[in-house]
Design a protein around this ligand. Structure first.
Ligand SMILES: [Zn+2]
Length: 628
């Protein structure tokens, strides 16, 4: 019996060795039969196990999910998109009455007049503007300043108003507590021009500021004289209600945002940084993204990231000559081949975790009933991959070349979504040749790129260098790539323009921590209710904040006005029939009044004494001057 017991518990290999031992007596036949039966039972177990794996594999295939993730529980999407409770400022009878005032008819009518008046002052900016003080076209801003001074007398009486580089406006309402970093709110005074040939297509003339009972019409009505006027209305209301801020409030209005902000925002931010130091302000809110209804949910999407930017100019130089004896390829032909090669491949669609769109997907998966199932599954897989693999291996990283299934699936929603996760390339400007009987000595193209989050402008310049190198070798041309050199004969010359810009630093946006994002999101939910889900958003264009990165990590590009019945939204900016819903505007004012009060009460870890905060407006001696 002892021998049989040993057989039963011994592993198969040991059993074989035992059987092979010649010198030991063979066990009786019954024991041999028993041994075979056990071996067969074990074999059957392994077959069943394999079969089960195959069935699971088939199921995994059927539901399109890695086998490993089949039994893992769905991640806590809601937790990943924590929503702060609605945040109301502490009770104050006089200040609380502002809500009723803002929503009342008298304020609405006055507000329409103020906004309409602002639209009527033409403040176009042009790409070819000369320096301030030299080009007379800047002088329109003097008219605009006069208009603001006339419209907001209390602000000009009580607060410090400084003009930076002649037309930049900086308003300072000094807070009583110097240890708190200021709240900085931004807008720009300039608008894009109205091409004269489109004037006839406007329903109401572009500088009429016409009001039709719902919208104020005109160039700049939605981009962004509405925010500018709303910000001044906010301070005016707070002054009237005897608000006494602890935290300094700054308004900063550039005047050339639409032509890169070099003269306006750049000089304003340098001035502010000189006064308050690096990281010297608590939060910045500038124009930007607003609200969007997706998957049956209303999202507020303050922009917490901006794509990068680079324009690349490519010039092909080849010998000229008479067209009757041409070379096989002219500079235009070679440049065309280059363009075809550039367009033959797109940049990859990739969604890194830092990309705010990833957060929006998590928010959608957590809160939206009609969030697409396939996206949810891929999102869950991505979260599992992150939890079990090293950060370098899982597919949210930019370091591998595997197709990003989540990004590709999300991109099916359309190009507007795709380009939240992909570097774009657009061949926009071309020129070459001067005469039909002369071979073109020079042909030039400009390609515009918006850089995906997680990537750099160098990825673009490297790729274009490699493509151009191939073509240069083929046609025996010299390659001059991004080396700052002058164009030579027989060459392909590449350069990037001055407005090259890397992806903006990402603003922290975790709704479960105490941060400016939480204050902003709580304010949204206080004004619009808990049905609104606040998710970080991404800007494909750039605002004046590109010059403000050193002032704070907490930059939001956000249009806080919402009107459910507004079918236009930001859809008409930069084009014919630009207009803004007055209800949207009223809500913008209400939001800013609440936000300024909430910021005044909020305290953050980052609220140490601001850099050189004791500058001109820091000491009590200057307080009267800065508005106290
Ligand atoms: Zn704008």
């Amino acid at each position: 019996m002892a021998d049989y017991e040993k057989l039963e518990i011994a592993p198969p290999k040991t059993r074989d060795i035992m059987a092979d031992k010649q010198d030991e007596p063979r066990p009786p036949a019954r024991a041999r039969r028993n041994g075979m039966r056990i071996a067969f039972r074990e074999l059957r177990f392994w077959y069943m196990f394999l079969g089960l794996i195959m069935v699971l594999y088939q199921i995994a295939n059927f539901v399109d999910r890695p086998l490993l993730f089949l039994f893992l529980r769905e991640p806590d999407f809601k937790g990943q998109c924590a929503q702060p409770e609605p945040l109301f400022p502490g009770q104050n009878e006089e200040l609380d009455r502002l809500v009723d005032i803002i929503e009342g008819d008298a304020f609405r009518n006055a507000s329409v007049d103020r906004l309409s008046g602002a639209v009527q002052v033409k403040t176009e900016s042009f790409d070819d503007l000369g320096e301030v003080g030299q080009d007379p076209r800047w002088e329109v801003f003097f008219n605009f300043h006069k208009y603001l001074e006339k419209t907001f007398p209390l602000i000009y009486e009580r607060l410090l108003v400084e003009k930076i580089n002649t037309h930049g406006l900086l308003y300072t309402w000094k807070g009583s507590d110097d240890s708190l970093k200021p709240t900085l709110l931004m807008a720009h005074q300039d608008t894009v021009p109205v091409p004269s040939e489109t004037i006839g297509s406007w329903t109401h003339p572009p500088w009429s500021g016409a009001y039709d009972g719902k919208y104020v019409w005109g160039r700049g009505a939605a981009d962004c004289k509405n925010s500018l006027i709303a910000l001044l209305e906010t301070l005016q209301l707070l002054l009237e209600a005897n608000f006494q801020p602890k935290r300094t409030i700054l308004l900063s209005f550039g005047f050339d945002e639409e032509v890169s902000g070099r003269r306006g925002a750049a000089t304003l931010s340098a001035f502010i940084q000189d006064r308050y130091g690096k990281n010297g302000v608590a939060v910045i809110v500038d124009e930007g993204a607003g609200f969007e209804e997706t998957w049956g949910t209303l999202f507020a999407k303050p922009g917490t990231a901006e794509k990068g930017y680079v324009d690349v100019k490519i010039t092909v130089r080849m010998p000229g000559g008479h067209s009757s004896i041409p070379s096989d390829h002219t500079s235009i032909g070679v440049l065309s081949e280059l363009i075809v090669k550039i367009e033959s491949e797109q940049y990859p669609t990739r969604l890194v975790e830092e990309n705010p769109y990833y957060s929006q997907l998590q928010c959608g998966a957590g809160y939206s009933e009609s969030f697409p199932k396939k996206l949810k599954k891929l999102l869950a897989d991505s979260a599992f991959a992150k939890s079990i693999m090293s950060p370098m291996c899982h597919n949210r990283s930019n370091n591998n070349n595997k197709p990003d299934r989540l990004a590709l699936e999300a991109a099916k929603q359309g190009p507007a979504i795709k380009y939240l996760m992909q570097t774009s390339q657009a061949v926009d400007v071309i020129s070459g040749g001067i005469k039909t009987n002369a071979l073109p000595e020079r042909a030039t193209v400009t390609v515009n790129h918006r850089i995906n989050i997680g990537e750099t402008t160098k990825i673009v310049t490297d790729r274009l260098t490699s493509i151009s190198d191939e073509i240069a070798k083929k046609y025996n041309l010299t390659l001059q790539a991004f080396d700052g050199s002058q164009e030579k004969a027989n060459s392909i010359h590449l350069s990037s323009t001055v407005n090259r810009l890397e992806v903006a630093p990402i603003t922290p946006a975790d709704g479960s921590t105490n941060s400016p994002f939480t204050t902003l999101a709580g304010t949204v939910r206080a004004v619009y209710g808990k049905n609104v889900i606040v998710t970080p958003g991404i800007m494909t264009g750039n605002t004046d904040t590109r010059y403000y990165w050193d002032l704070t990590r907490h930059i939001f590009r956000f249009a806080p006005g919402y009107d459910a019945d507004d079918e236009v939204g930001l859809g008409k900016i930069h084009t014919v029939d630009e207009r803004v819903s007055v209800l949207n505007h009223i809500h913008t004012v209400r939001w800013f009044v609440t936000f300024v009060r909430n910021m005044d009460e909020a305290r953050f870890d980052t609220d140490t004494v601001a850099g050189r905060g004791a500058g001109k407006c820091g000491s009590s001696r200057d307080r009267a001057e800065c508005g106290a």
